[in-house]
Design a protein around this ligand. Sequence first.
Ligand SMILES: [Zn+2]
Length: 323
Amino acid sequence: MAKTVMTVTGPIDVNDLGFTLMHEHVFLDLMRDAWIFDNILNDMELADVELHRFAASGGSTLVDLTSGGLRGHDKHLLYDEDLNHVAHAEAMRCASETSGINIVLGAGWYHESYYPKRLWKMATNDLAEEIINEIEVGIDGTSVRAGHIGEIGARYNWLSAIEERVLRASARAQVKTGLGLTTHSTAGIGGLEQLDVLEQEGVDLRRVTVAHSGLFPRTEYHEAIARRGASVSFDRMGDLPAMSEFHRNRLLSHLRTLVDRGHIEQVVLSHDVCYKKDLFANGGSGYDWLASYGRDILERDLGLVDEQWNTIMVENPKRLLAE
Ligand SMILES: [Zn+2]
């Protein structure tokens, strides 16, 4: 039987995923980080234009890791033309239908600052049941089902007690459902601590991607993740055009090292569009930079051949989404 992946419009054959971005956000509320205009993505008309750019560049699938707490927690995130509230998951289904892009939505919760208060009173297994419900029934009371777990994060570069419990719950949901899981960790080597917890819960780390890990500038960190079987995510590739020569060269050399040392099957590339400024219409790289420009740059600067590009952008997502 062919393996399938659950998208916001229903299951699709894994072979239909095609060119896939593993870490993006279409509608997102990051206002708890800072109450600034850049931190909210809630323009449905613009999202459609940006997704059409991705489709026109050869893009096919996008994994949206807008987990719980990021979907409009303090106030409604999205409104239709009549100013009625639209549930995040329903808006995602609509965005997929109008753009033709397959969208896989993530389950679980982001990090401590974004958790609803009730999470502190819940048992770990009850948290896991809620995640399983998002996968098997639907997200936020809709019939739109999650096809991935994450992003599951830590606010700082360590796990707080409640974040560890949510990560354990996510791990139990992973073991039960078999879905891939993406963690979120920034500004340090916290991804290794997250892998420890997942391993303790019996997760096969080959199903795990450590988001933002590629952006921590130590190749020893990337290799430590890869040696354990997990994937290393270079997920802000849209920043490359604006990077200084130093940062650009260093990032590319880290990618080259992973490939040269035999870890190409654990490399994930994406844009992690999460701010208004990341959208093409606002001067950013949008969702299509990798498909439109990244390929040429990586083939030239890293010496990647077509088959290797296909491994990173098509085969790795297939394995991570539907092993
Ligand atoms: Zn993240």
